[in-house]
Design a protein around this ligand. Structure first.
Ligand code: KG4
Ligand code: ZN
Length: 399
């Protein structure tokens, strides 16, 4: 049995990441070069800039991951890379580099779906905690996984079958992802980018019940009545068979926040105060700092927005877990870093006698340890990528 050292490479969006993970269970290194400062000026990821930054970062990031793990390319057993979904040009940088390394060192190449990677960010820690570095195949009950990030809000039923994982799509957003709503609301309030950490920090100082935002139940089949789905993601996976109770829609709440801001004339106040705080580059951590940034009504709006989004994520995730008799829930992706989300999901799971697990904060957002971890079951199964593998920007996960 080889030592099971896999180098993971991730470049699907705005982080260039590399990591060395042993047997899908022990992280020897995890290096992430963020491009946040490059995209912050534009309030969102600019695909051309992302590709350019990946090109700049990929070699030093991989080198740093090997150095920090105290290994060389000669010690590796395989190279894993994100093949989709994501930005085409960004994905190609990682894929091309991974291919070249694999070819040069005669190593197997393993293609990993980014969404599967997020799920394995949690599984990696569970294996690590269980001391499963013996590389035993995963087993256990099916898990309901909520992948909630800037690009995705998807519910999967994940099952380990003979050590390999199979995924069934259970629910998803029909339009914006939850993280996208966080980013857009933060942008319209003049907060920093990405918006999630700002809203997370400021929401603690507002009244979550001040503005009664609500999510309408998605009507049966309404999303199928001759209308083309609006997002790229919505084209890639079947929605016809999904239970409408597990479908999300986050574009409405963003518009509702905008209306509220205009109606109550909150924006000028926010923007005038926020400039010095943005220059500091870090969300405020005390009530005093929060109030030096926003007036109380803005903090109340932010808290109400977050309360509504987390409530909707919770309601549908727990309903899906109950309906599919899943006794464990995994929540992962950038939004899983959110404090209120973690606290409320944990309390609800306890109330229902279910377990809920999250990745560490570092592994919630994009990283390559999750890619190397997701590759381990594929390595055991000999499931390697052909030399012809290319980027698949709208790659779907599961059935
Ligand atoms: O997983 P990720 O790094 O990239 C994607 O695959 O999209 O997620 C980034 C998203 C952004 O929308 C960001 O605003 C959000 O995760 N995010 C958060 C928090 N930290 C990051 N949202 C809410 N609360 C947070 N603490
Ligand atoms: Zn991601």
């Amino acid at each position: 049995m080889p030592p099971g050292l896999i180098l993971g490479i991730e470049s699907s969006c705005d982080e260039t990441a590399a990591a060395v993970v042993e047997r899908g269970a022990r992280t020897l290194s995890s290096v992430v070069a963020s491009q946040i400062s490059v995209h912050a000026t534009y309030g969102g990821v600019v695909p051309e800039l992302a590709s350019r930054e990946h090109l700049r970062a990929i070699v030093p990031v991989v080198r740093a991951a090997l150095d920090q793990a105290h290994v060389t390319l000669a010690d590796l057993d395989a190279i894993a890379v994100t093949s989709g979904p994501g930005l085409a040009g960004a994905l190609l940088v990682g894929i091309t580099y991974a291919k070249a390394l694999a070819f040069a060192r005669s190593l197997p190449l393993i293609a990993v779906n980014h969404l599967e990677g997020h799920i394995h960010a949690v599984l990696l820690q569970q294996r690590q905690k269980a001391g499963a570095a013996d590389g035993k195949p995963d087993e256990g009950d099916a898990a309901l996984a909520l992948v909630v990030s800037g690009g995705h809000t998807h519910l999967y039923l994940a099952r380990p079958i003979d050590g390999a994982w199979s995924y069934t799509l259970v629910g998803r957003t029909l339009d914006d992802a939850a993280g996208e709503a966080y980013d857009k609301v933060a942008k319209l309030l003049g907060l920093g980018y990405p918006g999630g950490p700002w809203i997370d920090a400021l929401a603690r100082f507002g009244d979550p019940h001040a503005v009664p935002f609500s999510f309408a139940q998605i009507k049966p089949k309404a999303h199928l009545q001759g209308k083309a789905p609006r997002t790229k993601a919505a084209r890639t996976a079947p929605i016809a068979d999904l239970d409408t109770h597990f479908l999300f829609s986050f574009s409405g709440i963003k518009t509702a926040v905008l209306r509220y801001v205009e109606l109550h004339n909150l924006r000028p106040e926010a923007q005038a105060r926020i400039a010095p705080m943005l220059a500091m580059g870090r969300p405020p951590q005390t009530r005093e700092a929060a109030l030096s940034l926003c007036l109380q009504p803005t903090l109340d709006l932010i808290a109400s927005f977050q309360h509504a989004v987390v409530g909707d994520l919770m309601k549908k995730t727990f309903a899906a877990a109950e309906s599919l008799a899943a006794s464990r829930i995994l929540v992962t992706g950038g939004v899983a870093a959110n404090r209120e989300l973690r606290a409320r999901f944990s309390a609800e799971a306890e109330r229902r006698h279910l377990t809920v697990a999250f990745p560490t904060l570092e592994l919630s957002t994009d990283n390559a340890a999750m890619i190397a971890a997701a590759a381990w079951p594929r390595f055991l199964a000999g499931d390697f990528a052909p030399a012809s593998i290319s980027a698949d920007p709208s790659l779907a996960l599961g059935r």
